[in-house]
Structures are given as structure tokens and as C-alpha cells.
Design a protein around this ligand. Structure first.
Ligand code: FAD
Ligand code: NAD
Length: 466
């Protein structure tokens, strides 16, 4: 039986960051990963999806109705070499996962490739999966960190298999399907549905609620829905799948607006959410306090069992890589005896649809219910010089602030490259900036970020450019 001080199960953004920080603090650290370090994010999530989104965008710009035509540029119709695209995407993933392994090594983390099973709060059995030998070894630790992440949720009437795929398969297609039903108009449905529509697939997007990104502000989803329709996506809102056949690709749909209909497609992407892997790896045997399917943790990442910690997607929403990494830093610091808490003023959320959507901090309705009297103002990209020169003037930025002292509580944006505004939105909230701070900051011209300044000026009642 081998022993270590810290044992981390799962090498995704939560687990690998905790491992690096823990080892950097001089603590003996073992990381157990059954597949590849980088987890969902680097291997089958954030990174391959963003690579495909970029490629699809470049491809679509060059087709006859794409945006280059608006600029008077006549491009010959592009051809897609999907094998080459997949190779490039795998290269990006490989570079980043290789970087993670190098960082783990440099920090002195011992990485074990194997499937971990928790026996008790201090003992873990690891089955060798790499050599397929089935050999098992036991490790004891003082601190056990659970970071096993999440996996795609299935629809009971349409399990994965045959023509029915999860995001994992949808990120690795070998041919572009002629037709695709995308079930779920959330993050994955929008990002991958838009990607395949741009690559030439006839996409039907099926969303159970009244607008896409239903957990978000309806104003933000309007430009996205408009663009989906421009791209030829058939948008079926208030619609659910009643039943389906994974072999034939026939789906029976029921809409609260239009009744029942049948859809025949070549492939089906189910993107109706993800569920935590908190029941895997023997974790359920620990009988930890739970919040539904998620492991309950305090602001330092402690579970209900002493010296058992949990981070990342298994601890609940928002299931985002940057939140997992930030939690991991706190847990590693807490194990090292530092006084740190995970209490961010805002965790930005970005959907890489077209146009992109960002939220940071409170929406107007959340701000009203927490603070009562608030001021909000939005400014449109159609008045912004940089957006016009990019031929991408759709969308707006909105600011939410307290009315009494003008402290900024939240930002929402939909528009060109607004993902890159997430940091400045979140800085202003973390630093308790007031509207006056943003309004008086000299913003470079012409940039998309000038829209923030204009929104702040408008909220102060002193708009400059309308
Ligand atoms: P994971 O990344 O899921 O890592 C868990 C790791 O644990 C995995 O490597 C797994 O193999 C390992 N593991 C599980 N069980 C065991 C076991 N028994 N033994 C050993 N190892 C085990 N988030 C963003 O912030 N931005 C994005 O743009 C974004 N895009 C996404 C796109 C897609 C298609 C998907 C699916 C997700 C996306 N996400 C995005 C979400 C993001 O990937 C997750 O929030 C993040 O990966 C969670 O990190 P984690 O470490 O908690 O879990
Ligand atoms: P999601 O929760 O974002 O969206 C699921 C959507 O499916 C919702 O709009 C919901 O109303 C709809 N839905 C649920 N059941 C349905 C049904 N039976 N029929 C039709 N529609 C139905 O989930 P997701 O898109 O699968 O993404 C999972 C998670 O992965 C996200 O919550 C997020 O944490 C993470 N993610 C993040 C990013 C990013 O940060 N850019 C990208 C992809 C994934």
C-alpha cells in the first residue's frame, strides 16, 4: 500500500489545477486519471468545440451568402476537408493536454493512469486501464480530492447509440450529416448546432422552452434566434421529443404551439444538460451530504467528511471550466493551510453561439430582487464604429448598477466577440467599480469595448453618442 498526502481523482480543469497548486506548495500529491489529463474541457469539451466553431465560421464566410460577400469579396466556393480539420483540432487538443502533463511533471505531481475507486475517505483503489492488465493498487492519503466531473445526460426515450449522439461524438464526426436534429437549445445545442449549420447541415433545433438559452435573459437570445434562422436552422421552440428511433432517425415531436409532427434526420444530437459523476468511483459509499445529484461543499471545497474535498462539475452549477479551476486553487490553498475562500463576486458565462452571449454578475431582475432600486442601460453595437467595420453590428451591451451609489452589479452582452469582454465585465464587478469609473476610463477607439463606456454614460443619464 502506497501513501501520499493529497490524492486527487480526476485530471480535468478542477483536478489538474488542484494537483499543480498542491505540489507547488511542497505537498506530496498524486493525481489519478482514467483517460487523459485536461478532462472534458480539453479533450471533449471547451477546446475541440471552439476549434470547430472557428473553422465553421471561416468556412461559412466564404460561401456565397456568407459575410465576405457583403464586403465585395468574391471567394470561390470553399471545400471542406473534414479529415484535415479533425487533425488540426486534435493537434490543438494534443498541444494543450501535452502542456498539462508537462506542468504536472514540473510541479512534481505523480500521475497515475487508472480508474480510481474510493474505498473509504482515506483509501483509494486504482485499476490499471492503460496497460489493460486489470491490476489494482491501493493508495492511502490524508486528503482526498474528488474531481470526477460530469457526463452528458441522456433522454430516457432516446438513449445514446445509433444515430443518437452526445456532444462527444458530435465533436468527432467523420462526415458532415445532411440533416441533424439538435435537442436542447442551451450551450451545446447552440454552439454545435450553429457549427453544423455553417458547415452545410440542415439543422432542426428543438428546445422545450419558449426561447433558446432559456435560463438567460430573453433579450439576449433574440439576436441569436434571428441569426439561426438566417443560417437556415429550423427553430422549434416549446417543443419536446416524445419518442424516437435511433436506427431510422425518426423523431416524434410534440409542440405546445403546433401539436405533433414527425421528423426524419440523419443524426440526432442530444444536448439537454450534463449530470455529475458523483455516483461513480465509489463516491456514493462515502454517504456525503448532497445537493440533489451534486456533492455539497462549503466555501473552501470541504465536503461533509473531514479531509475529503470536492471541486468542479461534481459540486454543481455553474458547470464551467473557469469555475472548476478557481475552486481548485482555493482547495489546494486550504489544504496547504492558507485562509482562502471561494466567494467570487461574479463568474462569467459565455455561450460561443453567433453572435456570442456573455453574462457576468446580476441580471436586471436578479439585481432588483436583491437590491430593490437599480439602474440599467444598454448600448447597441449598431452605433459602434469598430462593429460596423467588422460588418458585425448586431447586439448590445447592458449594464446593471445600484441606483444609490452606482456600484456595478452586472453586465450582459450579445454581439461580435463579446466573449473577450467577459474579463473587463468581471473585473469591474470584483473591483466594485461604479458607473463613473467606467464612464471616465479612456477607452481605445475604435474598439468594441467603447460600448461599455457608452452604456455606463447612458446609465448615468449623460449619453454621448445616443
Ligand atoms: P471534467 O473536465 O469532466 O474532468 C473529470 C475527469 O475525471 C475526467 O478526465 C475523467 O476521465 C476523470 N475521472 C472520472 N472518474 C474517474 C475515475 N473513477 N478515476 C479516474 N479518473 C476519473 N466550460 C467552459 O467554461 N467553457 C466552455 O467553452 C465549455 N465548453 C464546453 C463544451 C462542451 C461540448 C462540453 C461537454 C463542456 C464544455 N464546458 C465548457 C464545460 C467544461 O468542460 C466543464 O465544466 C469542465 O471540464 C469541468 O471540469 P472538471 O474537472 O470538474 O471535470
Ligand atoms: P444546457 O443546460 O446548457 O441546455 C440544455 C437545454 O436543453 C435547455 O435549454 C433545456 O431547456 C433544453 N431541454 C432539456 N430537456 C429537453 C427536452 N426533453 N427537449 C428539448 N429541450 C430540452 O445543457 P447543455 O447544452 O447540454 O450543456 C451542458 C453544460 O455544459 C452546460 O450547462 C455548461 O455547464 C457546459 N457547457 C458550457 C459551455 C460554455 O461555457 N460555452 C459550452 C458547452 C457546455
Amino acid at each position: 500500500m502506497q501513501s501520499t498526502n493529497v490524492l486527487i481523482i480526476g485530471g480535468g480543469p478542477a483536478g489538474y489545477v488542484a494537483a499543480i497548486r498542491s505540489a507547488q506548495a511542497g505537498i506530496a500529491t498524486v493525481l489519478v486519471e482514467r483517460e487523459k489529463a485536461g478532462g472534458t474541457c480539453l479533450n471533449i469539451g471547451c477546446i475541440p468545440s471552439k476549434a470547430l466553431i472557428h473553422a465553421a465560421d471561416e468556412f461559412h464566410k466564404r460561401i456565397e451568402s456568407g459575410s465576405l460577400a457583403n464586403l465585395g469579396i468574391v471567394a470561390s466556393p470553399p471545400e471542406l476537408n473534414l479529415a484535415r480539420l479533425n487533425e488540426w483540432k486534435s493537434g490543438v487538443v494534443g498541444r494543450l493536454t501535452g502542456g498539462v502533463y508537462a506542468l504536472l511533471k514540473q510541479a512534481g505531481v505523480r500521475v497515475i493512469h487508472g480508474k480510481a475507486r474510493v474505498l473509504d475517505g482515506k483509501t483509494v483503489e486504482v485499476e490499471d486501464v492503460e496497460g489493460q492488465t486489470g491490476k489494482r493498487q491501493r493508495l492511502v492519503c490524508q486528503h482526498l480530492v474528488l474531481a470526477t466531473g460530469s457526463e452528458p445526460a441522456e433522454l430516457p426515450m432516446l438513449p445514446f447509440g445509433g444515430k443518437v449522439m452526445s456532444s462527444t461524438q458530435a465533436l468527432n464526426l467523420e462526415t458532415i450529416p445532411k440533416t441533424m436534429a439538435v435537442i436542447g437549445g442551451g450551450y451545446i445545442g447552440l454552439e454545435l448546432g450553429t457549427t453544423y449549420a455553417k458547415l452545410g447541415t440542415q439543422v432542426t433545433l428543438i428546445e422545450a422552452r419558449e426561447h433558446v438559452l432559456p435560463g438567460w435573459d430573453p433579450e439576449l437570445s433574440k439576436p441569436v434566434q434571428k441569426r439561426l434562422r438566417e443560417l437556415g436552422v429550423e427553430l422549434l421552440l416549446n417543443t419536446r421529443v416524445e419518442s424516437g428511433d435511433a436506427v431510422t432517425g425518426e423523431l416524434k415531436l410534440k409542440s405546445t404551439d403546433d401539436g405533433e409532427r414527425t421528423l426524419q434526420v440523419e443524426s440526432v444530437l442530444v444536448a439537454v444538460g450534463r449530470r455529475p459523476r458523483s455516483r461513480d468511483a465509489g463516491i456514493e459509499g462515502l454517504l456525503l451530504d448532497m445537493d440533489g445529484p451534486f456533492i455539497r461543499v462549503d466555501e473552501q471545497g470541504r465536503t461533509s467528511m473531514r479531509q475529503v474535498w470536492a471541486i468542479g462539475d461534481i459540486t454543481g452549477e455553474p458547470m464551467l471550466a473557469h469555475r472548476a479551476m478557481a475552486q481548485a486553487e482555493v482547495v489546494a490553498a486550504a489544504i496547504a493551510g492558507q485562509r482562502r475562500r471561494f466567494e467570487p463576486a461574479a463568474i462569467p458565462a459565455v455561450c460561443y453561439c453567433d453572435p456570442e452571449v456573455v453574462l457576468s454578475g446580476l441580471t436586471p431582475s436578479e439585481a432588483k430582487s436583491q437590491y430593490g432600486d437599480v439602474v440599467t442601460a444598454s448600448y447597441t453595437f449598431s452605433h459602434n464604429g469598430r462593429a460596423l467595420t467588422l460588418d458585425a453590428a448586431e447586439g448590445f451591451v447592458r449594464v446593471v448598477a445600484k441606483r444609490d451609489d452606482h456600484r456595478i452589479l452586472g453586465w450582459q452582452a450579445v454581439g461580435p466577440n463579446v466573449s473577450e469582454l467577459a474579463a473587463v465585465f468581471t473585473h469591474s464587478i470584483e473591483m466594485c467599480a461604479r458607473l463613473e469609473d467606467v464612464a471616465a476610463t479612456v477607452h481605445a477607439h475604435p474598439t468594441l469595448s467603447e460600448v461599455l463606456q457608452e452604456a455606463a454614460l447612458k446609465a448615468l443619464g449623460t449619453p454621448l453618442h445616443g
